[in-house]
Design a protein around this ligand. Structure first.
Ligand SMILES: Nc1ncnc2c1ncn2[C@@H]1O[C@H](COP(=O)(O)OP(=O)(O)O)[C@@H](O)[C@H]1O
Ligand SMILES: NC(=O)OP(=O)(O)O
Length: 318
């Protein structure tokens, strides 16, 4: 039965290439196929869906390829590598969805949209790289890499939420989604829309022209803006945990079934949500609601249906 509720689902790049994997296309396809089964159930239930996805591991791999082949073929800038990952991950999602929809005898169509996102050239985040990309390295592996690859010494590295060291690149905030009308129109016509991949391709306006800039936008922030601009009813952030927790990882951790924006801000100020992991998701949730959004659900991909039924997930409301 069609309910036509419009839901935006954001899938993390680390769900597409998982910890310990090198990121082959076969690995990415298998993870995507597994992730999308609950999503297909939503489609056959009649939801209108917009799917966004991250690209941190994949765009980081693309950067390594550029650096290792730069004496042989021309290197591409980071904005073009974002476009490439929108295409490569987009086609895997589209193929997996189309095949699953066929099996379910659904006639729903899928459209993947190259998405450009306006950023502010004066955003101070250009000067302070913060977006982790590419593989995780142990301290030992990073030392070795820096001794073998001189360029690795010039990059900025951070410890990413206890999972290892990663290279970080500039990550300006999204200001406007240039393709928002196309996304909205496709969703209104009940296409499944794959858009905003990797947080979108960052562009700035220069003398009335849009030009690409080298950065990777956080996909949770870009997804929040898309969800608000296309008036999604629900913004679902899918990650590695079924619920957001207080005192995460400590003996006294507790799951949160629901929080208001005011509570989310209070917990954020108390340091409950680390910068490199849960922090951006909570900030994105707050910005979507403050931009007129209705409801955010944070949960894991396998709990999509249960979370929509209110059995799990963390709901964030006004
Ligand atoms: N307060 C918290 N509640 C739940 N999970 C948390 C919390 N703080 C940190 N985390 C961790 O953050 C992870 C989500 O961040 P991350 O893996 O970077 O996202 P993504 O799924 O977009 O790649 C969770 O899987 C969990 O391990
Ligand atoms: N662009 C982006 O935010 O990617 P991840 O979800 O992989 O971090």
């Amino acid at each position: 039965m069609a309910n036509h509720k419009r839901v935006l689902i954001a899938i993390g790049g680390n769900a597409i290439t998982q910890e310990g994997q090198v990121g082959t296309i076969a690995e990415q396809m298998e993870n995507i196929e597994q992730s999308l089964s609950p999503v297909v159930k939503m489609l056959t239930d009649g939801y209108d869906l917009i799917i966004t996805h991250g690209n941190g591991p994949q765009v980081g791999s693309a950067l390594i390829k550029e650096e290792t082949s730069k004496n042989k073929v021309p290197a591409y800038p980071l904005d073009i590598l974002n476009a490439q990952t929108q295409g490569s991950i987009g086609v895997l999602i589209e193929q997996a969805l189309k095949n699953k929809l066929r099996l379910a005898r659904s006639t729903r169509e899928v459209a993947t949209l190259i998405t450009q996102v306006l950023v502010d050239p004066k955003d101070p985040r250009f000067e302070n790289p913060s977006k982790p990309v590419g593989p995780f390295y142990t301290e030992e592996q990073l030392k070795q890499l820096k001794s073998e690859e001189p360029s690795a010494r010039d990059f900025t590295w951070v410890e990413d939420s206890g999972r290892g060291y990663r290279r970080v690149v500039p990550s300006p905030l999204p200001v406007d989604i240039l393709n928002k009308k196309a996304i909205q129109s496709l969703a209104e016509n009940h296409f499944v829309v794959v858009a905003g991949g990797g947080g979108g391709i960052p562009v700035v306006e220069d003398n009335g022209q849009f030009i690409g800039v080298e950065a990777v936008i956080d996909k949770d922030f870009a997804s929040a803006l898309i969800a608000a601009q296309i008036e999604a009813d629900i913004f679902m952030i899918l990650t590695g945990v079924s619920r957001v927790m207080l005192n995460y990882g400590k003996p006294n951790q507790v799951e949160l079934a629901e929080m208001t924006v005011a509570q989310a801000k209070k917990y954020m100020n108390e340091g409950q949500f680390p910068k490199g992991s849960m922090g951006p998701k909570i900030e994105a949730a707050i910005s979507y609601i403050e931009n007129g959004g209705k409801q955010v659900i944070i949960t894991s991909i396998d709990k999509v249906e249960a979370a929509l039924n209110g059995e799990t997930g963390t709901k964030i409301v006004r």
